[in-house]
Structure formats: C-alpha cells, structure tokens
Design a binder for this molecule. Structure first.
Ligand code: SF4
Ligand code: SF4
Length: 302
C-alpha cells in the first residue's frame, strides 16, 4: 500500500468541486506562484512553522529538542532549526500550539478512512473527495491508489492540479477521477516563468491531452490585479480554453490575502502584500471576456 505526505485534510469544503467535499492537501508543488495561498504545500518535505502571535517565548521547544545542547541559546527555537530530525518533540512541548509540524506521512487506508467518515454529506450534496495540494501529480502513485480506493467505496472524486507533471500520471488519473480542476494563470510563457517559476508549455500540452480523454474539466483562473488580470492575458486564456473539448466550466477565482500570514510563518518573502482583491465589477468584466467565447463561466470556486 502506498503512503504519502499530507499537510491538511479539510472537511466540509465548498470550494473544491460540487457539493460538500473532503479536500486532501498533498505536500510538494513544482510551481512557486507569487500569490500562493497554500505556501505550506510547496516544499515536498515536512516543515515546522511558528505562529509568533501565539508564542509565549517560554523556551519549552528549545528544552525539548534532542539537539538542545549543541544549539544552545534561550527562548523560542527557530522554525528552521538545524540540525533537526523531525521528531516532533518541540511541537509536543509547546503549551500554546504556536509551534506546528506541517506534513504527516499517511497511508492510503488512513486517508480513505478520513474520507469515508463524511460519506453521508457527499450523498446528500453531490460532493465527494478532492485531491489538492501542493500538486497531486508529485505524489501520483499515492493519489492513484486513493482514487481507486474512493472508486471502490462509491465516493466521487476530483483532482485539483496545476498540470505540471508527467502526462502519463495525469492520464492514469483521468481513468479514475470524476472531475479535474485545472489551473491556468498565464498564456505567455515568459510571464508564467516570472510569476510561477516554471514554463507553462507542459501545463498547456497536458491540458490538451487531458481534454481529449476526459469530459469533466473545470478550468480555474486566479484573477490577480496587476499581475494577470489584463485583457490580453484573460482573452488568450479564454480563446485557448474554448478550443478544448471536455471543458464544463471556467471558475474565475478572485485574489485574496489568506496566504500572507502563512508566508510570514514560513519565513517567505511575499511580493503581493500591497495588492488588493479585485472588485466585483472587475470580476464581472473578466467573466464577460470568457463568456464571449461561449464558455460557461462562474466567479468563485464552485
Ligand atoms: S522536530 Fe525534533 S529535532 Fe527538530 S527542532 Fe523539533 S525537537 Fe528538535
Ligand atoms: S514552546 Fe511554543 S510558546 Fe514556547 S517558545 Fe516554543 S514555540 Fe513559543
């Protein structure tokens, strides 16, 4: 049985596909988008985070660490402590919950058991399980077994992907998943490299291959003011998407700042601190660009 690194299992999710869903967030992503609202999912390794606002600076984490003698000092142990063997003793010793471990190794059976706990909600709402991240394609063998387990238990599934991964893995998932949530941020490769860290050519090629074999794909476009919300970019995405079979709808996702605090806890730079969420009028304008191509467009994630 496969196991994988999971950083969150979100119950009662309403934004990751139809109905009430359980969303499994997998650790590791090949992109590093400037606006990422799940930055704790980027690294494929476990990480420790410290919420400074909850830290009592009691030093219990430092005392609990098996490397405390070599580290020395007093007070709060840095989140990125060196050396560290991820034993969790500092997390267990923290009296305020300020110190947390991000990423837990789980088996397919453990994740499936969590998903099955909410079966009744899926049946009543038309929901199911969504595998997100991070990037599910980075843990494809694990995700494929999870999809098989859900299928065997009659649970409908969705895969939320950035599309940057092996096309063989994506197409293997396509044989099992009921729905794909597929992100497009830029059509211009240089802009994609600048803001997401990698080329978009593999993402677009994979989407074309997926659309040939799967008939239930939702395209998700984050709308980030002064980053990718210009008419040229949105029209280019709309034009490309409209040529593909299998696209059921386009979701335009307004930028929000929920990632800001998480980036700070991880010690990341956050270049978009001054960017405000787009207005309702701006979102309607963006939706209008997509509707001119005949696409079914929604503002928001469902
Ligand atoms: S996880 Fe273990 S080794 Fe790492 S900082 Fe905490 S106590 Fe020390
Ligand atoms: S144990 Fe928790 S509250 Fe105390 S210093 Fe460490 S992180 Fe802060």
């Amino acid at each position: 049985m496969q196991s994988g690194l999971v950083f969150n299992i979100q119950k009662y999710s309403l934004h990751d596909g139809p109905g009430i869903r359980t969303t499994v967030f997998l650790k590791g992503c090949p992109l590093c988008c400037d606006w990422c609202h799940n930055p704790e999912g980027i690294s494929p390794e476990r990480e420790i985070v410290v919420a400074e606002t909850r830290c009592a600076v009691c030093g219990h984490c430092r005392e609990a660490c098996p490397f405390s003698d070599s580290i020395g000092g007093t007070g709060v142990l840095p989140a990125r402590n060196e050396p560290c063997d991820y034993c969790s003793k500092c997390v267990e010793a923290c009296p305020t919950g300020a110190r947390q471990m991000v990423g837990r190794e789980m088996t397919v059976a453990e994740v499936t058991a969590e998903i099955l706990k909410d079966r009744v909600f899926y049946e009543e709402s038309g929901g199911g399980a969504t595998f997100s991240g991070g990037e599910p394609l980075l843990q494809s063998a694990f995700v494929i077994e999870l999809l098989e387990a859900c299928h065997a238990n009659g649970i409908r599934t969705a895969v939320d992907t950035c599309g940057f991964g092996r096309s063989e893995s994506l197409l293997a998932m396509a044989r099992l998943a009921d729905l794909f949530l597929y992100d497009i941020k830029f059509m211009d490769d240089a802009r994609h490299r600048e803001h997401c860290g990698v080329t978009n050519s593999l993402i677009l090629e994979n989407l074309q291959a997926l659309a040939r074999v799967h008939s239930n794909i939702w395209i998700r476009v984050p709308v980030i003011p002064n980053v990718n919300d210009d008419g040229d970019n949105l029209s280019a995405i709309a034009g490309f998407t409209a040529t593909l079979p299998g696209i059921r709808q386009v979701n335009l996702l307004p930028y929000h700042k929920t990632g800001l605090t998480k980036h700070a806890r991880l010690g990341h730079e956050y270049d978009l601190a001054d960017v405000r969420p787009p207005s309702a009028e701006k979102m309607e304008q963006a939706a209008g660009l997509f509707r001119t191509t005949g696409l079914n467009v929604r503002i928001g994630g469902h």
